[in-house]
Design a protein around this ligand. Structure first.
Ligand code: HAS
Ligand code: CU
Length: 550
């Protein structure tokens, strides 16, 4: 055992536990996903699965919750603890708090999962009221969110100890990014926390006679947009601080990377209304303001595009690449960790461009609530984020277990299968959206389907893409499980840490201060959301009774 591994034994163990839960969620979510894709293609397997999966919507709830709430959140908690501990070069300030946090998140997950399993919370991952789930669902999810706050608390305590020993030194990039990610998330998650505590939990317990759906939706999307950056930023951490090392290059610019994260800190939240362009009851003025801010939050991703590609170019050239594009084939394509992340980036770029369409206030009307949006988020969270997490696990699981990947071959094929499967499925989903096909609909059984031959012609491709994707997921999962259980080769991996071509000291010191940026974040939120939430709260009527529509 190396010296670091010995000092960070608790952190490594916790990371491993978080990852086990994340991977289990990915497996459940993946099985539900292929059922949906097949249903779209007219192959209905749900009757055989009753009552484990009681309906399409029961399965869809599993899929959404397991994929975007559990796979992401548990991966992120484990990964950020790992990154921060390694980057600060010291254990977490409070081991007791770290263990308690993990326990709390597991209890929350079990509480939320139980009513999902019994089909008492088939309200999809957005849990819009007046659909009403079992109280344990809301309480459980709330505990998971509180757990993420405690991860932040522990990192802040660790930061303060590190700072006391290192006055005047720039915060190491990985740790800086981990703290920014969680700080952004803490601010963002206040919306859903208020929704849960003030509206949904009392409502589900029968303490209020009804609920105010518009207020609840607005609080939900206060969190529901920035949560996508909570999923994305850990992937960006890998692209900035690890991938450049993996390709034999350097991070092009450290200050530019910090600027990107700071923009996310203050611009992620005041944009949530772009999910509610069609909601009556919110003035179009505030929708327009938030649409403009949404274009603003494009910039940190464009900075990332530039900085990450420049860093990879440095690597490709160091490996002998010549000419404008000749550096690309020189990148280490035989390394599955790199390939998974690079293909994730490529798919993500298309998802990001589609986001521009979604964000464009009036154009949104063409795609809102259609399959287009499903195509969009399978390229973003389903590819950019998920393939990157998979790429990280290709080195992190061997590192944590000391065992080499069970099959490097399988790992080399897996990301390409994902590219083909997701490329097909999401492209067709975008297209179907433009042909007005609704999302969240058991389309394979819809009575009006034979009226739409244009949909029918494309739907088999959703099934085909989904099956290829499922195979890719299966290859990944089998490789992870067998690495832990059956691999006999010792792993030879180090944590990849990239140097920077333009280091942190080339940027201004204000990039390493917290208060100004937190101040900007709060000011923008008050500006963009204050009047909206104030008006909705003042006119709130808890009058709409709950419904069980499933
Ligand atoms: Fe989104 C809906 C707008 C990004 C996820 N989004 C969703 C939903 C999800 C989601 C889950 O404005 C559906 C929620 C629901 O259930 O209703 N989204 C945007 C915009 C962005 C964006 C403007 N979304 C994301 C990310 C997500 C995500 C990231 C998850 C992780 N989205 C919307 C809007 C809606 C929406 C509306 C509501 C639609 C409606 O009507 O309901 C931007 O942040 C995107 C910026 C990204 C880029 C790409 C940069 C590219 C990079 C890679 C470069 C590297 C390359 C590699 C190409 C501009 C950084 C080269 C490789 C070599 C090997 C050389
Ligand atoms: Cu959004």
């Amino acid at each position: 055992m190396t010296e670091t591994a010995a000092r960070l034994r608790l952190e490594h163990r916790l990371t491993a536990y978080y990852l086990i839960i994340a991977l289990a969620a990915l497996a459940v979510g993946g099985i539900m996903g292929v059922l949906q894709a097949l249903q779209h293609a007219g192959i209905n397997l749900y009757p055989y699965l009753y009552p484990v999966v009681a309906s399409y919507y029961h399965g869809l709830t599993y899929h959404g919750v397991m994929m975007v709430l559990v796979w992401t959140t548990f991966f992120i908690a484990g990964f950020l603890v790992f990154v921060a501990a390694h980057s600060f070069g010291r254990p977490l300030a409070s081991p007791g708090l770290a263990k308690f946090t993990f326990g709390l998140m597991v209890v929350g997950l079990l509480l939320a999962a139980w009513p999902i399993a019994t089909n008492d919370a088939s309200v999809l991952f957005t849990f819009y009221p007046p659909m009403k789930a079992h109280p344990a669902f809301y309480i459980g999810l709330t505990l998971v969110v509180v757990g993420t706050w405690l991860v932040l608390l522990n990192l802040i305590l660790t930061y303060r100890r590190w700072r006391a020993e290192n006055p005047g030194v720039r915060t190491p990039l990985g740790a800086f990014m981990a703290v920014v990610t969680l700080a952004m998330w803490f601010i963002a998650s206040l919306g859903v926390a208020i929704e849960m505590l003030a509206l949904l939990i009392p409502f589900s317990l029968g303490l209020t006679s009804g609920v105010d759906p518009l207020l609840a939706r607005t609080l939900f999307w206060f969190t529901g947009h920035p949560i996508v950056y909570f999923w994305l930023l850990p992937a960006y951490i890998s692209w900035y601080t690890m991938v450049p090392k993996q390709v034999g290059g350097k991070l092009f610019s450290d200050p530019l990377a910090r600027i990107s994260f700071l923009i996310f800190l203050f611009l992620s939240t005041p944009v949530g209304l772009h999910h509610q362009f069609t909601d009556p009851g919110v003035s179009e003025f505030w929708k327009l303001i938030q649409a403009i801010f949404t274009f603003g939050v494009f910039f940190p991703s464009l900075l990332t595009f530039f900085n990450v590609v420049a860093s990879m170019e440095l690597g490709g050239r160091a490996r002998g690449g010549r000419g404008w594009l000749g550096w690309i084939p020189k990148l280490p394509w035989s390394d599955p960790s790199f390939t998974a992340q690079a293909l994730g980036m490529i798919l993500f770029a298309f998802g990001g461009i589609g986001g521009l369409v979604n964000a464009s206030y009036n154009v949104n009307l063409v795609v809102h609530n259609t399959m287009w949006v499903v195509g969009h988020f399978h390229l973003t969270v389903g590819s950019g984020v998920t393939l990157t997490y998979m790429g990280i696990l290709y080195w992190l699981v061997p590192y944590l277990t000391g065992r080499a990947l069970w099959s490097r071959r399988l790992a080399q094929v897996q990301p390409w299968l994902w590219l083909v499967g997701m490329g097909t499925m999401s492209f067709v989903q975008h297209w179907l959206g433009l042909l007005d096909m609704p999302r969240r609909t058991m389309i394979g059984s819809a009575a009006y389907l034979p009226l739409r031959p244009d949909w029918e012609a494309l739907l088999p491709l959703v099934g085909t893409g989904g099956v290829i994707l499922f195979l890719s997921g299966l290859f990944f999962f089998v490789n992870m499980v067998l690495t832990v259980l059956a691999s006999r080769q010792p792993a030879r991996v180090e944590v990849p840490v990239a140097e920077a071509l333009h280091g942190p000291e080339t940027g201004p010191a204000v990039l390493d201060r917290w208060r100004p940026w937190l101040g900007v974040a709060l000011a923008l939120i008050i500006l963009a959301y204050g009047p909206v939430l104030g008006m909705l709260a003042a006119s709130a009527a808890f009058s709409v009774p709950g419904m069980r529509v499933w």
